[in-house]
Structure formats: C-alpha cells, structure tokens
Design a protein around this ligand. Sequence first.
Ligand code: FAD
Length: 571
Amino acid sequence: MSILLNPKKYRDRNYPDDRTREIMQMTIDWFEEKGLARQKEQYHDREFCSDFQEFVTKEGIFETLFLPSGYGDDPNQYYSTYRMYEFSEICGFYGGAYWYTYHVSALGLNPVLLGDNEGAKHKAAAKMKDNALCAFGLSEKEHGADIYSTSMKLTPQADGTYLANGSKYYIGNGNVASTVTVFAKIEGTDEYVFFVVDSAHPNYELVKNVIDSNQQFVAEFQLNNYPITDADITARGDKAWDDMLNTINICKFNIGSGATGIVTHSFYESLNHAYHRKLYGNRVTDFAHVRRLFSDAWLRIMGMKLFGLRATDYLRVASENDKRYYLYNPIMKMKVAMQGEAVHEHLFDIIAAKGFEKDVYFEQAVVELVGFPKLEGTRHVNMALIAKLIPSYMFMPAPFEEIGRITDNRNDEFLFKQGKTRGYARTKFHDFNIAYNTLAHLPNVKVFMEQIKAYQEYLMVSGEGLAKQMEDFDYLLAVGELFTMVAYGQLIIESANIEGVSDEIMNQMFDLFIRDFSTYAVGLYGKPLNTDEQLEKILKMIRRPVPNVEEFEKVLNEEVYSLVDEYVQNP
Ligand SMILES: Cc1cc2nc3c(=O)[nH]c(=O)nc-3n(C[C@H](O)[C@H](O)[C@H](O)COP(=O)(O)OP(=O)(O)OC[C@H]3O[C@@H](n4cnc5c(N)ncnc54)[C@H](O)[C@@H]3O)c2cc1C
C-alpha cells in the first residue's frame, strides 16, 4: 500500500471540513492546469512566482492555513500542523519556488502571531487579503547563524517613535511582502526587538536578489531611517528572542514535508522513465542494481512520509507537559531533508542523462532540494539540538498517554504559546522500546534493536567523558546520526502501525535502516577520539540485515513497480 502523495488520485485524507479539502484540491488543480511545460518555462525564465502569489491571495489560502483561531474572518478558523504538512508537501511536489514562497510567508507572519501586540496581529491578518506573502527578516550578511550579533538597529526618538536602520540578507519574499518581520536590537543596548515593516515603504530599499534565480526572491534589503511606532513592535527583550526561536521551531517542520513532496514527484518521473526505457531488449527497471536502487528510494520516501505524519501528531498534542516535538521537529527538518537527498542520489544514478534534461521536473528538483538541509539551521545546528536529548531519550523514559493520528480541526494552540526556550535537555520522552517491541517479530527490526542495544552500551561505557568528546563537533555529529536513527525508526513504526503498513514493507525498510546504522557506526569508528572500550562497542553496532529475497521481490513488484504510470504531470 502506497501512502505517497499522488495528486491524480488524491485520496480523501479525512479532512475535518470542506474548506481544507477545497484548498488542497484547488491547489493541485491550479498546478495541473498550468502543466509541466509552462512550469518549466517559468523556472528557466526565472519568472517570480507572482501567479502563485495572486492565486493564494485571491483564494485566501494562507489566511486559512496560517491564522490560529480568533484571527481572520472565519469564525471556525484554526491552525493545524496537519494541514500545513499536506499543503507544504503539495507545494514541494510542484516546485521549490512555490514551497519557498509559502514557507517564508509562514515564517514571516509567525513573529506577529507569537508576539504581544494584538493590533499588529489583526493588521497583518487584514493585509493578507491584498497580498498574502510575508517575509522573515532575521539573517544578516556578516553573522549567519550567530544571531547574538544582530546589527539591525531600532533607535528611540524624542517623540516616543523609533527609526530603524540596517540591512538584512537572504530574506525570502523580501521583494514583495507586505508584512516583513524584522529582528533587531534597540540602539545602544543588547535588548532584542521584533517589528514589522512593509516592502512597499519608500524607506525600505530592496538592494538585490542574492541568489541567481528570480523565481524565488532571496532579498538583501536595507532600512534607511524607517519610521516605526509601538504599533509596529511585536515583542521586546527575551520575548523577542523566544519568538524568533519559536517561529523557527514551528516552521522548520515545513522543510521535511516540502522535501517529501519534491522527491515523491522525482520518484514517479524516474520510475516511469526507467520502466519505459528498453536497453538490450530489457527494461531498465529489470537491472539488478536498479531494482535495489528503486526499492531503497521508495522505502526511504515511505520512511520520510511515515515519520512526518507521526511528528505532526506530536506537534499537535504539544503542551507545557509534552515537549517531545523538541526532538521530532529538528529530525523532521534535518533527517527527512537529508533522506530526500539520498533518494535523489539513488534516482539520479538510475535515470542518468534524463535527469539533466530541461523539460523534466527532475533537473529542477535536484537543484532545489539541495537547499533544504541548509535552511532554518544547518544540519550541524540541528544536530547540536538533537544531541542534547540523548540521555533523556535513551535512558530516562517517562509515562505518556498513547496518542493516535490527529487530523481533526483542533487549533494547535500551544505552538503559539511555547514560552521560554530553556530547559531543553530536560525534555521527557516515552520509551522507544514500546514501538520497537510491536515489530520485534520481524527479523530486521530485531537486528536493528540489537544495534540500538549496542549503541546504549557504547553510551554507557563512554560515561561522563562523552560530553567532553562531544565538544568536538565532528565527533558529536557521528554520535548524533546514530541517535537520530533510533528516534526516526521509532516514529516510523508508530506511524506504520496506525496506517496499517504491512510487515513485509517494514521488514524491508529495516533492512535498509540496518545498513544505514552500520554505515554511521563505521563513521563513528573512524573518529580519533574513541577509547578502546568505545571501539569495542561500536563494532557491535555494525550488522548485516537478514536477507529475504522473496520478500524483496514481493515488495518491489507489488508496491514499488506497481506505481509505474500512476502519476504523470499534465504536459
Ligand atoms: C535560499 C536561502 C533562503 C533563505 N531564506 C531566509 C529567510 O527568508 N529569512 C532569514 O532570516 N534567513 C534566510 N536564510 C538564511 C539561512 O537561514 C542561513 O543560511 C542560516 O542562518 C545559516 O547561516 P549561513 O548559511 O550564513 O551559515 P553560517 O552561520 O556562516 O555557518 C557556517 C558553518 O558553521 C556552522 N555553525 C554555525 N553555527 C553553529 C553552531 N552553533 N553549532 C555548530 N555549527 C555551527 C554551520 O553549520 C555551517 O556549517 C536563507 C538562506 C538561503 C541560502
């Protein structure tokens, strides 16, 4: 059973209302009516996606998706991570520029929604009626991830107003957004502040697009004595800092769903091409290595999708006492996006020259996906967050009520009230063994559980010295990759149980995950910092899957190759 997005067979995903169903369907229709040829023409002509801007503005799509209850015109308005997941995946499926425009709009609006200024919230919501695009002005040219060094300044004036001066770099939609949230410091102090500007204001100077593609506009802009009043300020001090981090927390989730959409489309395109291409009298899909590559690619996408759906559930139940999303969210951002890159590697090896052709989606998809692991904190920054949670997750489980799949119309309220960004390492998790035990009868899940056991033993012999070793970021990354696999596999199993994914698929998926885990273990083994005791335990993590040729064939033929010609984008 394939749970992958197929816009031509868009299943009813139990949306709680017609409006949600309508949004998803009309977006798919909009893209399919445009067709691949026009889409590629706009991509190659570097045409800013203003047609998408017009479409989402006219249909009020971002208002419905982005606004929590209490804002906008609809009395039944709610914010649902599930809807965001679905929409993000659809946008990614059709092109990075559309996804990026959507993503940075969500990022841009959220500091307002998280802030203390009610007037600014209603004003921003109202502005979306004329122009739904927003922008998030955080990054600066000289400082990258070092937000502490922000040099944009807000200078208080004698009459109680302010003047903003400084520049921002890498700001998506910075060419057109009517709500641009800007992170800055109050002049002469280290006090942070968030305020709103409009890109159409004369004191807002659009310097350039810093990337070589006008389909998405990643702006450098300059504020020159831009007048600001208290009505434009959304938060100050620690609250502004927290709002900045919490905005990224909510939105980096889109990276995983967007990446899943991109590679799903690449997969269909590659499969159709390989199946219909005959070499030496055989189909390309018949080559032994191609069969393995397609199987791995599909299993990886299934994993991305299952993980994403499950992580969505945890974001939706987040509360003051349940911050498990602190772990699942950076994994959604980092691991899922990087799995997408692995999928493209498999597929590109199969379709080879076809993947360079200008008329196919693939050549665009490969280029666009590369950015995903690098946005909203690089792989390293996200891994630094993830690694802090190792002790709590691996050794100190806490009881939690089991949760199911959440697709209802609840308002994901807590995301807008996340509060302080401290106490991260003390986050509690439920026992990962609960999930693994449900599939312990599968030979490859069993081997994977033994690998996890070996990893736990490695952590135990490492003792307190590990914290010191992990000050070396190169070492931390290697330890973190293995840890990530444990949580990634756990959520995938939970999700597979909910979706009713077959044992055969899951056993094949863990065949792949055993190989991945072993590869990461070899990586860790090579690090100079290891002690002899650690080396011994790392060797135990290197395992081979239990081969099952019949099962491999079954999954390949009945699941993967049955998708041939199931999706072809309108020409
Ligand atoms: C296409 C694109 C669109 C973007 N859109 C926006 C946007 O709309 N709004 C916005 O505000 N920004 C945006 N950005 C900026 C993006 O978020 C930055 O790329 C990000 O902040 C990292 O900065 P940097 O790439 O300059 O890397 P740097 O900060 O220069 O990092 C260099 C290296 O140091 C590592 N490093 C840095 N800090 C740490 C740490 N604490 N621990 C471990 N390693 C670390 C990094 O992993 C990286 O390998 C965009 C960037 C791109 C490329």
